[in-house]
Ligand binder design. Structure first.
Ligand SMILES: NC(=O)c1ccc[n+]([C@@H]2O[C@H](COP(=O)([O-])OP(=O)(O)OC[C@H]3O[C@@H](n4cnc5c(N)ncnc54)[C@H](O)[C@@H]3O)[C@@H](O)[C@H]2O)c1
Length: 363
């Protein structure tokens, strides 16, 4: 049946596409049961928190964790874990069939600093790996959430309050591969109806899992160094202002976007902003909350050049409007929670035991 042009124009974009595109059915699972979710790269900085949150919501056995690294006993015993190399299309395909997967959270990636040191690896994992995941999502009609980054912006992007849609000419392998991911995800959404979703994270700060080789890793390392040695040598300059986010905000926001009804999404890639600080500012906050003696010096390396190309803050109105993005942690909250979580780890180190003794005397 031929649909009149006027009727076609009045139809929502998604409905139009489903008339025109060869793949038309895009429901990802029966709503009478929880979705079955595959997480790639689940042993990285963000993966284990995401897996725990997904399992709490959808049930232990409905979330399949995967990576190419060996899990700890705790990780192995907390639910299904499988080896999955995203460079191997066939094995991803088999996994989706064997486990009846509905949604994929794609966390496997090579981050900015590692990518600059090993561009071939960055290109392979971030481009070929993503293409495999996207093809599997298309062929099995999966919902696919794959995060992007502020690193998708570049030196010519407006730096303050950077909007969702602006100049994107990154000059790192990481950034280039993430722009490729965003555009290809949008293309597969438009052309084939793949339910692709993405959000541009700033630097993520976490206590439970170490960072994976990015430009903002200093903002995690600094807490370990403060508690251990009461001093830190930073690989960025004192005034390198970058957007940052605490892991709980990151995982909550990711869940919100993952679960958002498709009709509420007005775009496929969203900025998410939480707070922003420089190394000097976070050092001051550590002095205020932990030790006035905390020493910080600066030996900027190649990561400083990367940081200089990234935004100072991102405008995230669309995320707030479409799926109620609402971060909770400011810089001072992040410092407080990181110190609280990590202090027990270093309780036998001189700095922490001395601080505890001083606090006891003061009381
Ligand atoms: N952590 C941050 O600050 C941050 C900021 C912006 C965006 N992101 C994005 O969030 C996602 C998760 O980042 P993360 O910090 O957890 O990264 P990470 O480096 O800590 O973890 C990535 C995981 O991917 C796995 N991996 C590497 N090659 C693989 C392959 N061929 N097949 C399967 N797995 C492979 C690694 O073993 C690792 O466990 C990535 O897409 C990243 O770009 C992270």
């Amino acid at each position: 049946m031929l649909i009149p042009t006027a009727t076609l124009r009045a139809m929502p974009r998604i409905a139009q596409l489903s008339r025109l595109a060869p793949i038309t059915v895009r429901r990802t699972y029966a709503t009478s049961r929880p979705p079955r979710v595959l997480v790639t790269g689940s042993l990285g900085q963000l993966g284990s928190s995401m897996v725990n949150t997904l399992r709490a919501k959808f049930g232990r056995d409905n979330v399949v964790a995967s990576d190419i690294k060996k899990p700890t006993d705790v990780q192995r015993n907390s639910g299904p874990f499988v080896y999955a190399d995203v460079l191997n299309y066939k094995s991803l395909d088999k996994l989706v069939v064997d486990y009846g997967i509905d949604w994929v959270v794609h966390f496997s990636a090579v981050l900015s600093a590692v990518g600059e040191r090993n561009p071939a690896l960055g290109l392979d994992v971030n481009i070929n790996g993503f293409q495999n995941v996207l093809e599997v999502a298309k062929n099995h009609r999966l919902r696919l959430l794959s995060p992007s980054t502020m690193g998708a912006f570049g030196p010519t992007t407006p730096k303050d309050n950077t909007p969702d849609f602006t100049i994107m000419r990154p000059n790192t392998i990481y950034g280039i591969t993430k722009v490729h991911m965003e555009l290809l995800g949008e293309y597969y959404n438009e052309k084939f109806g793949v339910d692709f979703r993405s959000l541009r994270y700033p630097g993520i700060i976490s206590a439970d899992t170490p960072p994976g080789g990015g430009t903002t890793d200093y903002a995690v390392d600094i807490f370990h160094a403060a508690l251990k040695d009461n001093s830190y040598t930073c690989f960025l300059k004192d005034d390198a202002m970058l957007p940052m986010m605490y892991i709980d905000d990151c995982i909550r926001g990711t869940m919100q976007l993952l679960e958002a009804p498709e009709e509420s999404l007005t775009q496929r890639v969203y900025n998410v902003n939480a707070c922003a600080f420089t190394p000097a500012q976070i050092a001051d906050e550590i002095r205020k909350q932990f030790s006035s003696e905390f020493k910080m010096d600066y030996h900027p390396d190649f990561r400083q050049q990367i940081a200089e190309t990234w935004p100072h803050s991102m405008e995230d109105n669309a995320a707030r409007r479409d799926w109620a993005w609402n971060p909770q942690y400011e810089t001072s909250d992040i410092v407080a929670v990181m110190l609280k979580k990590l202090a027990p780890v270093y309780q036998n180190h001189q700095v922490v035991s001395q601080m505890a003794a001083e606090t006891a005397v003061a009381q």
